[in-house]
Design a protein around this ligand. Sequence first.
Ligand code: SF4
Length: 329
Amino acid sequence: MSALLEVENLCIRYPSMGRVRAALTGAEREFDAVAGVSFTLDKGQTLGLVGESGSGKSTVARTLIGLKRAHSGTIRFDGQDITQAGAREYARLRREMAIMWQDPTGSLSPRLTVGSLVTEPLRIHGKGGDMRAEATRLLEMVGLPAHFASRFPHQLSGGQARRVGVARALALDPRLIIADEPTAGLDMSVQAEVLNLLAEMQARLGIAILVITHNLNVVRHITDRMAIMYLGRFVEQGPTDRIWSAPCHPYTEALLSANPEPDPDAARARITLEGEMPSPRSRPAGCEFHGRCPRAREICASEAPDVSRQTPDHAYTCHFPVCTDASGG
Ligand code: SF4
C-alpha cells in the first residue's frame, strides 16, 4: 500500500505574546503547539490522532487543510510537497481532502436546505449537472431518504446532521477525509451508527480517514493505526490492535485504563494521573510527561527519551516502557 499522506517532523507555532512585549521582556514570541510530529497514512487506511484537549491534534488537522501554516517540517499529499501550498493550490486540494467538522449543526448554514448543503461543495468547485439528482445520490449514500433534501439543519437530529456532514464530505469524491471528533455530543447508539457509516464508506470507496478524537472507543472501532499525542508530540504510534493489547507508553496505558470496557474480564485497573497537562508555552525539561507519570525515575526529569520501537511499526518515547519485553526494569 502506498502513502497518501506523509507528515515529517511537523512543527506548528502560535504567538505567545505581542512583538513589543517580547522585545521588552526578551522572551520567545512564539511557542510550539505541535513539535516534531511524523506519520504516514496509506490509501484506504484509517489513522486516529488521540489526545486530551490541548494536545495539538486539532492544530495538526487545521494545518493539513491549509488553515494554519507549518513552522517547519514537511507535508506531502500523494507524493506532492504541499507544506507551503498557496490559496489556489489548496482550493484544488480541498477536492481531494474533505473535512467533517466537530459541530455539524453549527457548521451547516441554518438558511440552506439539506439539499443545498450537500451539493454546496459541487457548486463552489464549479461542477455542473443536476443538483437535485446529486443531492438524492449523496443523501442515499449516507442512508438518508431523498425527501430530507428539503429540510433545514434545525430539523435534523444529531445523527442525521452527522450523516449530512458525511454526505457533504463525500460530494467531491475525496481521497482523504479528516473527521474532527465525529461522534462528539451523540449518544452511544448514534455514535455506533455514525462510525459504521464511516467504516462502510471507507470500505466501499477506498477513502483514507484521519480521525481526530479524544474518544478511544472511536479509535478502536474504526482505525487501523493510532497515534497518541501529549503536549504537541506523539508519545506512541502503531497498529491500533497492538497498542490496545500492549501499550508501551505510560500515558497510553493510563488513557486505556480510563476507557470503559464492555467486557468486565478485559477491564484494566484504573490508573489515575496526577495534575494537569502542562502548558506548551513552558515545556518541562526531560520527558515532558514526568510530572504526571507513575513510572518516572530521576533520569526522566532531565533526559528526554528517544524514539524506540517495539516492532518496526510500533514506536514510543519512554525510558521505562510498560510493554514488558522492552522495559528493562
Ligand atoms: Fe514516564 Fe519516564 Fe517514560 Fe517519561 S520517560 S513516560 S517519565 S517512565
